[in-house]
Design a protein around this ligand. Structure first.
Ligand code: FE2
Ligand code: FE2
Length: 296
């Protein structure tokens, strides 16, 4: 697996599909196989505390996100598997199997990262995860359709973040420790590869525009609070929470002129179109580019 920060800039912009091609009909009618990879990312306690260019906020933002994945991904899998017996399309059934395999690997690798964070003294993350785990279990038991919609909506968010990260990887990952850059790029590639699976299962077994809309609104808010809470917690543990410099760095990183979250509105709002499908946005050139890089 290639881990260096070198490579073409903006492959997503450089390699768009020809105008007139219809990624949605191609991809849905002939679902591309989704490989399950088992990368060796060699995460170890030698990982620097501020592995993202020495920047505390930009590091802890990704730490916070990463620490939610082990329990989040397990819930994604359970919510989709709950309906496995009702999936009639054999191609979708195969895609679900691959989705489960990929998410299990994400859970494992982000679990290894979480262990490092716990080892660095951020024990409050484990407490937060225990609460999240219990809440998710309850949610899945009592509202399985809403849980599936929730998974599909969070997959929309991860697909957007994946497109951002892979579309200009040097900009976002260039200053990262190569092991964390590899973790995030690999995860982003697989999120792009399976972005439509939970959505298609939802469309097959529990369609409904209202449920879909509510799921994205609720989960956007929930995820933002969760990530901010964990970022603030880690900065507090570091004694950096009340420094002006910390928040200036955080603002520039997230919302500044070239901020990580800037310019994502159109992608985000696409979900609210009644005829939205994840494959409307053609990520195939981006996926191809990164598959080749990882294969190399
Ligand atoms: Fe994942
Ligand atoms: Fe996913």
């Amino acid at each position: 697996m290639q881990t260096s920060g070198s490579g073409s800039r903006n492959p997503g912009n450089d390699t768009r599909a020809p105008i007139g091609s219809d990624p949605r009909s191609d991809a849905v009618a002939h679902r591309a196989p989704i490989p399950v990879r088992r990368p060796d990312l060699a995460l170890s306690p030698t990982l620097p505390r501020y592995w993202n260019g020495g920047r505390p906020f930009a590091t802890h933002f990704f730490d916070a996100l990463s620490s939610t994945f082990p329990d989040g991904e397990a819930s994604f899998v359970r919510s989709v598997q709950h309906y496995r017996g009702r999936i009639e399309d054999p191609e979708l059934a195969r895609a679900v199997q691959a989705f489960v395999g990929q998410e299990a690997q994400h859970r494992k690798q982000h679990g290894a990262h979480l262990d490092l964070l716990l080892g660095q003294g951020y024990s409050g993350l484990a407490k937060r995860n225990r609460i999240t785990r219990a809440s998710l279990r309850l949610f899945e038991r009592h509202a399985p359709r809403a849980a599936l919609a929730s998974t599909a909506s969070l997959e929309h968010l991860t697909a957007i973040l994946a497109r951002r990260l892979l579309g200009d990887s040097e900009r976002w990952c260039g200053e990262m420790d190569p092991r964390m850059a590899a973790l995030l790029r690999w995860h982003a590639l697989e999120e792009a590869e399976h972005k439509a699976v939970a959505f298609d299962v939802l469309a097959a077994v529990a369609p409904g525009y209202g449920r879909r809309v509510m799921a994205l609104v609720g989960n956007s808010l929930g995820l933002a609070i969760e990530v901010l809470d964990r970022t603030v917690y880690m900065l507090w543990k570091d004694g950096l929470l009340f420094r002006r410099e910390t928040w200036r760095e955080g603002w520039d990183f997230l919302l500044g002129r070239d901020g990580f979250l800037r310019g994502l509105g159109a992608d985000y709002r696409a979900w609210f179109r009644r005829d939205f499908h994840p494959d409307d946005e053609d990520d195939r050139p981006l996926i191809e580019h990164w598959r080749n890089r990882f294969a190399a």
